[in-house]
Structures are given as structure tokens and as C-alpha cells.
Design a protein around this ligand. Structure first.
Ligand SMILES: Nc1ccn([C@@H]2O[C@H](COP(=O)(O)OP(=O)(O)OP(=O)(O)O)[C@@H](O)[C@H]2O)c(=O)n1
Ligand SMILES: C[C@](O)(CO)[C@H](O)COP(=O)(O)O
Length: 235
């Protein structure tokens, strides 16, 4: 489909929800997507958020192989497929199940509180003609590059600051990340390698990635602290 076709409102939209991680940094008994967040799993909350964004989309959820049946029970009517050992492999499994979508959003299950406006901004930017779009926020902390200390004080584990990094041109990016079908296929072609996000793979093959405003509520549940905040926000 041409860009004009996408802008014309006839685009078919697919959403891949990678949820096959184990959540090592969270340290709960279940894989992260299946951890409780105010009475529903993180995964159910995330899929509700996708549906609640009001985008007419085909949704594919990617979970650990042993939890495919359980996820299908939690999410009747949603396509569920087994993922891989790395996030990029899980996204590729979702891509294989994504049918004939013209635009594909990839949205981490681990970001279940992402507001509808972020989905809209990312989708609208793809429909407007960008091949790849990520939501991003300015970095607020002062950033230091570190290395090992020359003057080692036994036992304290300290590191040496080598540089203060200019944060002005930096953005902390989240999901959903949106792509034309062609761009996402190119990014993942030939088992496209591994990266922490899909835009990273797109960049490697020369695709320009646009950044639109993200939202603090789109934070990723990674650590026990994040889960605590998320539970407070939904209570
Ligand atoms: N093999 C993997 C690894 C990650 N993910 C998904 O990618 C998203 C972002 O990953 P992250 O937050 O790092 O989750 P985990 O890999 O589960 O976390 P950890 O690194 O702490 O184990 C999550 O929704 C996670 O389920 C996935 O689908 N398949
Ligand atoms: C895709 C992502 O959520 C964008 O912020 C992030 O890169 C996932 O990275 P992680 O290393 O798997 O946490």
C-alpha cells in the first residue's frame, strides 16, 4: 500500500504485544506479564489499554511457550503465539502471525499504563508518512559516563566518572513503536539480529526513525519499585 493509501484511512493496523520475557529484574514467581496488577495480570491490563486506545487493530500477543494456553484463556479471541529467548525473536514470532497489516505497532506488555494518546500519536505519525516512529521523553537526570577507578578503595565498588554527557539531544524512548509493514519486515529481515527495541534494528538498516512525544505513564515495569508505583496508580 502506498503512503497515500495509509493516509487515506484504509490502512489495516496490527499490534504485536511482546510478553514472553521472564522478568528477571522484577524477581516475582511468575513471568512478568502474568504478575498481578490490581486484580488483573499486567498482560490483561496492557491488552485492555491497546483495545481502549480505540484503534481498529488485529492484536497478536507473544508469550512464553508454556503459557500460550493460559494466555488464550485470559484473552479470548486474541491471537497468542509462543515467543523466543530474546525480545527481538519474540517480535519476529508476532510478525509472522500479523497477517496482512499495513501498519504495525509493537507494544511491550511491560508498559500496561500507556495512555491512548500515545498510541494515537505514534499511529498518526506512521499514517502521515513516517516509516518508523517511537514515543520519546527528554532525559531529566544528569548523565555521567563511568569507567573503573584508577584509585581503587577496596570493597566499596565505586566507579570513576569520565564524562558528563550532554542530555539535551537525548530521548528516553518507549513503546508503542510504529512501523510500516515494509519497514518492520526490513528491520527484522534475515533474522535481523538482536536489539533492545525494534527502532534499533530499523536504524541499523538505514530507516529514519521519527520521535513523537511520549508520556510518563508509559513507563516500563522493570523493577520491584516500578511494580509498586504501578500498583499505586491503579489502586
Ligand atoms: N524473550 C523475550 C524477552 C522480553 N520480551 C518482552 O519484551 C518486553 C520488554 O522486555 P523487559 O521489560 O526487559 O522484560 P523481561 O525480559 O521480562 O525483563 P528482564 O530483562 O528483567 O528479565 C516485555 O514485555 C517482555 O515480556 C519478550 O517478549 N520476549
Ligand atoms: C523496547 C523498550 O521498552 C523501549 O524502551 C526497551 O528497549 C526494552 O528494553 P529491555 O532492555 O528489554 O528492558
Amino acid at each position: 500500500m502506498s503512503d497515500a493509501g495509509l493516509a487515506g484511512g484504509s490502512a489495516r493496523v496490527g499490534v504485536i504485544v511482546p510478553a514472553a520475557g521472564s522478568g528477571v529484574r522484577l524477581g516475582e514467581d511468575s513471568p512478568k506479564a502474568f504478575v498481578d496488577l490490581g486484580g488483573s495480570t499486567i498482560l490483561e491490563r496492557c491488552v485492555s489499554g491497546v483495545v481502549g486506545a480505540g484503534i481498529d487493530a488485529f492484536v497478536v500477543v507473544v508469550v512464553p511457550a508454556e503459557l500460550v494456553g493460559h494466555a488464550r484463556e485470559l484473552l479470548p479471541g486474541v491471537t497468542v503465539v509462543p515467543g523466543g529467548a530474546h525480545r527481538s525473536e519474540s517480535v519476529r514470532a508476532g510478525l509472522d502471525a500479523c497477517g496482512d497489516a499495513d501498519v504495525i505497532l509493537v507494544h511491550d506488555a511491560a508498559r500496561p499504563l500507556t495512555p491512548p494518546g500515545v498510541f494515537r500519536r505514534v499511529l498518526d505519525a506512521v499514517l502521515a508518512g513516517h516509516e518508523a516512529v517511537v514515543p520519546g521523553l527528554p532525559v531529566v537526570d544528569t548523565l555521567k559516563r563511568v569507567d573503573t577507578l584508577k584509585r581503587v578503595v577496596p570493597g566499596d565498588g565505586a566507579e570513576a566518572v569520565t564524562e558528563t554527557v550532554d542530555r539535551e539531544p537525548l530521548r528516553a524512548v518507549a513503546t508503542p513503536q510504529g512501523f510500516t509493514r515494509d519497514a518492520l519486515l526490513r528491520a527484522h529481515a534475515d533474522d535481523g539480529g538482536l536489539a533492545t527495541d525494534d527502532a534499533g534494528l530499523a536504524e541499523r538498516c538505514g530507516i529514519e526513525v521519527a520521535v513523537v512525544p511520549g508520556d510518563a505513564l508509559g513507563f516500563k515495569i522493570t523493577t520491584p519499585w516500578d511494580l509498586r508505583i504501578a500498583r499505586m496508580l491503579v489502586s
